[in-house]
Write a protein that binds this ligand. Structure first.
Ligand SMILES: [Zn+2]
Ligand SMILES: [Zn+2]
Length: 328
């Protein structure tokens, strides 16, 4: 049994398979964190003592327990997908358009401990990581030519990491990605028609229905949307309307729910690899045309030819079942 579900935020159909039961043996087994790693590695450029292996830091947050040591550190990526360009060139048109890769690409090392999984960070540590995201987000969005900044994290080999030391990345782009542009357009039309924020309404419905809610706090709703495109795709969304992550003020509250979600994911699904991304209103977007949220995308099923060929996601495990597992 399967059904098509409409993602009202993206304007896309998703195939959600149902009635199979989320059998644990069908999930891709654990891969968020390799076993048996040392807590320090002489060859890891992200470990303390090897700071000279990376470009000079743009941010360094001290460890409150040992103020002479860093807890979180950010620097430009040595192998950037995008680099700052003082004189950005424009595309020339025709069939083969291009643009200078203006922007920025930074690495945020989340811990000085080589083998410390983010699910084991305490809330204050996780809040420091989130403060680093916000600080670098503000810095990068203020750069000339930057139209969109994406904080994201890959954890586990299947999720695309090249170094196992826990780290995140910030990508600053000279254009708003088309999918994000469409989300903004859809939310903006919805606001024109109803006077309300689409994401506030989706969150309110999810909380009212309850069957896809993972947890909630005073400030945040955590749910797996009706139209989840990936197994156990989980959204963390501020309950009070806020378009941009740059205005997120209660990062301690965000850290508390993010830590809880990472631990529940590990318990419910045996430590799968995952990505998470923070989607935010592109700078300059009208306040009611977006609502920032963190989207956690566990790697529990492999995308196949159908996804690649149609661009349509097949989610083999309905969010009602995966949310129930994560509620425990
Ligand atoms: Zn390391
Ligand atoms: Zn909203």
């Amino acid at each position: 049994v399967s059904e098509l579900r409409y993602d009202v935020t993206a304007g896309e159909w998703v195939i959600v398979a149902g009635g199979r039961g989320a059998r644990p043996q069908e999930f891709i087994p654990g891969g968020a964190f390799p076993e048996g790693l040392p807590d320090w590695s002489a060859t890891c450029p992200f470990c303390p003592g090897n700071e000279k292996e990376t470009p000079p830091p743009v941010l360094s947050l001290p460890d409150p327990q040992q103020p002479d040591r860093w807890l979180v550190r950010a620097f430009p990526n040595k192998y950037p997908a995008m680099v700052p360009d003082p004189e950005p060139a424009e595309s020339t048109g025709g069939l083969f358009q291009s643009r200078a890769g203006t922007g920025g690409h930074e690495v945020i090392v989340e811990t000085p401990i080589h083998n410390q999984p983010p699910a084991d960070f305490d809330d204050r540590h996780l809040a420091a990581v989130l403060r680093a995201y916000r600080e670098r987000y503000l810095n990068l969005t203020a750069r000339p030519g930057v139209r969109y900044v994406l904080p994201f994290k890959n954890q586990g080999e299947q999720a695309g990491i090249s170094l196992s030391h826990p780290h995140s990345q910030m990508l600053a782009l000279p254009a708003v990605p088309e999918r994000e542009e469409r989300r903004v357009r859809i939310a903006s039309q919805y606001h024109e028609q109803t006077g309300r924020c689409l994401y506030c309404d989706v969150a309110r419905e999810e909380l009212a229905t309850g069957e896809r809610v993972v947890l909630q706090s005073e400030q945040f709703a955590v749910f797996q949307p009706f139209f989840a495109s990936r197994p156990a795709e989980t959204w963390i969304l501020p309950k009070a309307h806020q378009a941009s992550f740059s205005n997120a003020d209660d990062l301690d509250a965000l850290a508390a729910v993010l830590g809880a979600v990472l631990r529940r994911l590990r318990e419910a699904f045996g430590d799968p690899a995952y990505n998470y991304v923070i989607h935010s209103a592109p700078p300059g977007t009208a306040e009611q045309s977006y609502h920032w949220h963190l989207r956690l995308l566990p790697y529990l099923a492999r995308p196949a030819g159908l996804e690649l060929g149609t661009g349509m996601w097949v989610n083999p495990f309905p969010p009602e079942e995966t949310a129930r597992r994560m509620r425990g």
